[in-house]
Structure formats: structure tokens, C-alpha cells
Design a protein around this ligand. Structure first.
Ligand code: NAP
Length: 299
């Protein structure tokens, strides 16, 4: 940017906290806002300004990055009398990293155009450890010159920027990639359950995966402890993947396409969510499949 970026970061959850910290580490001027103000204290200690509202934050900044849960959360921080757009954010840059629907990302692109705000649709691939290491994959979409301008900021949070095309292609790409993550998680969980029913130690599955040049996948290693210890501390909360699966199904359906495998996984995740597991890591489907679906079979 010709004017030095003054970044306002909104959403200091599992991902946003780590991403904002990496921007601070990279030397950017960062101010923050989070609905629950408790999560801002670490940033205030680092000398970052903390804004009471998204509007107040946007007034201090020429770049706003949003990393919140979903479309409703984005509406809450962007719209209304205390939202970012109420700040007269004209000419500035909005980078949305939250995963939303393609429909919502398109609506946001149009909204930014109407407000003369430049927009980068930039969901991220990679979970908590990659956010902490600053090695996320940034799935950027928008006008190429705007993405180029945002690139130094994006590269403080990620190791690479993949340019997907005009917005909302970043969100479209993110949903395609997350479909694979949902499938891999369900496959790991069902495989571990089948192993137990066959009186095999599920650890043996990971021994094979880790030795195999074809199946030795970082995601499997990342989730090995959760699966083997049946412990699901949140890295990527089930509620977020459930939201994404519903977006995938809706977008596909709107284009006359069924995704039967994702439909089945969405049903399992819905059961898990209804059992109160939404805040746990998405690998918690293992518990749901092992307990609920066994019970259902026994009836
Ligand atoms: P998270 O830990 O649940 O944090 C969600 C953030 O959104 C918090 O800052 C929360 O504020 C804020 N928020 C929620 N509802 C709000 C509302 N109505 N108004 C204002 N703020 C609101 O989520 P996360 O894991 O960081 O994920 C954030 C986004 O990135 C999601 O779209 C997710 O799908 C996507 N994502 C996650 C991962 C991952 O592995 N975790 C990876 C890639 C992409 P409070 O603190 O006040 O609740």
C-alpha cells in the first residue's frame, strides 16, 4: 500500500488470535476488537489499541481483517450503527478470512463495491497449529492488484497465497478443500471404530498410514492423538465444519448437484452437534459414531 497499513483485526478466536499475533510479530501496526473483550487483554499488554466497537476500530485503520465464526457474526461486526461500514470506511481495504458461503461472500463483495471499500475474499486453509506458526495457506480472491497490495499482510499470517480468481472464488475454493477435510475426518473415525470392533489396536492404522508414501498425510498425523486418546480439544470446532458442510450442500444443490458422501457426513455431524459436542474438535464424530450409531443399531 502506498499509505502504511494500519490494520484492525476483528475476531480473536482460536484462529484470529494467532493470526493477529503474527501480524504484530511481523511489525505491523495492529489494533483489535473482539466481542468478548477479555480476549483482547493479551493484545493491550503488547501495546495494541483495543477498540470498543468495530466502527471505532475501522475509524482508526485503513485495513480491516475479519476472522469470525459465520455470516451472522460477520453481519454483526460489519453492519448496523456500530459496524465497520458505519465508519465511512471508503477507500480502505477489507480482508475477510472467516469461512462463509459463496452466496454470502458474493453479497459482501457487492456491498464493498457499493461502499467503495476494496475487498479481498481470503479464507484460510490450515488449523490452529498452522495459524500459530504463520504457515496458513491464504486462499485469496479479488481484483489482482488489490490482492497484490494485500500480499505482504497475508504473508505475515500464511506461508503462501493462492490466487483463486475474482471474489468469491476464495470462498468457493475453501469449501472444496474443506469437503476433503470432512471426508478424511469421517474416514479416520470410522476406520478406528471398525478396528476396535475387530479387536485391533487403532494405533496400527496410524503405523500403516505413517509408513505409506501414498497415505502419509499431515492431517492424519495432526489428528492421531485425538483419535487414539478419544480426546477432542478444539482446534477446528465441529460447529464450524458443520456450517461449512451445509454451505457445500446448499451451493451444490443450487447447481443441480448432489454430494451423497458429504450429505452422510453432515448427518453424523448434526447428530454430534445435537448431543452438545459443537465446541469440540470435529474429530469428536468418532465418539458420536461409536456411541450413538451403535445404540441405533442395537434398537
Ligand atoms: P472461534 O474460535 O469459534 O472464534 C470465533 C470468533 O468469532 C470469536 O472471536 C467470536 O467472538 C467471534 N464471533 C462469533 N459470533 C459473533 C458475533 N455474533 N458477533 C461478533 N463476534 C462474533 O472460531 P475459529 O476456529 O477461530 O474460526 C473462525 C473462522 O475461521 C470460522 O469461519 C471457521 O470456520 C474458520 N476456520 C477455522 C479453522 C480452524 O481450524 N479453527 C481453520 C480454517 C478456517 P467471541 O470471542 O466474543 O465469542
Amino acid at each position: 500500500m502506498s499509505i502504511p497499513p494500519r490494520i484492525g483485526f476483528i475476531g480473536l478466536g482460536v484462529m484470529g488470535r494467532a493470526m493477529a499475533e503474527n501480524l504484530v510479530k511481523a511489525g505491523f501496526n495492529v489494533s483489535v476488537h473482539n466481542r468478548n473483550r477479555l480476549k483482547t487483554t493479551g493484545f493491550a499488554d503488547k501495546g495494541c489499541e483495543v477498540a470498543a466497537t468495530p466502527k471505532a476500530l475501522a475509524r482508526m485503520c485503513n485495513v480491516v481483517i475479519t476472522m469470525v465464526s459465520d455470516p451472522a457474526a460477520l453481519d454483526a461486526v460489519l453492519e448496523g450503527p456500530e459496524g465497520v461500514f458505519a465508519a465511512g470506511f471508503d477507500g480502505s481495504l477489507l480482508i475477510n478470512a472467516s469461512t462463509v458461503s459463496v452466496e454470502y461472500a458474493k453479497k459482501l463483495k457487492d456491498r464493498c463495491f457499493a461502499e467503495r471499500v476494496r475487498f479481498v475474499d481470503c479464507p484460510v486453509s490450515g488449523s490452529k497449529p498452522l495459524a500459530e506458526d504463520g504457515t496458513l495457506i491464504m486462499l485469496a480472491a479479488g481484483e489482482e492488484k488489490t490482492v497484490d497490495e494485500a500480499r505482504p499482510i497475508l504473508l505475515a499470517m500464511g506461508k503462501t497465497v493462492i490466487y483463486a480468481g475474482p471474489a468469491p472464488a476464495g470462498t468457493a475454493l475453501k469449501l472444496c478443500v474443506n469437503l476433503i477435510v470432512a471426508g478424511l475426518t469421517a474416514a479416520l473415525a470410522e476406520s478406528a471404530i471398525l478396528a476396535e470392533r475387530l479387536e485391533l489396536d487403532p494405533k496400527l492404522i496410524f503405523s500403516v498410514l505413517n509408513e505409506s508414501p501414498a497415505l502419509n498425510c499431515g492431517y492424519f498425523r495432526m489428528k492421531e492423538r485425538n483419535i487414539l486418546e478419544k480426546d477432542f480439544p478444539p482446534a477446528f470446532a465441529l460447529k464450524h465444519m458443520l456450517k461449512d458442510a451445509r454451505f457445500m450442500l446448499k451451493e451444490a444443490d443450487g447447481r443441480g448437484q448432489r454430494l451423497p458422501v458429504t450429505e452422510a457426513i453432515e448427518k453424523v455431524m448434526t447428530t454430534s452437534y445435537k448431543l452438545g459436542e459443537g465446541e469440540k474438535d470435529l474429530t469428536v464424530v468418532l465418539k458420536t459414531l461409536a456411541e450413538e450409531y451403535r445404540k441405533a443399531r442395537a434398537i
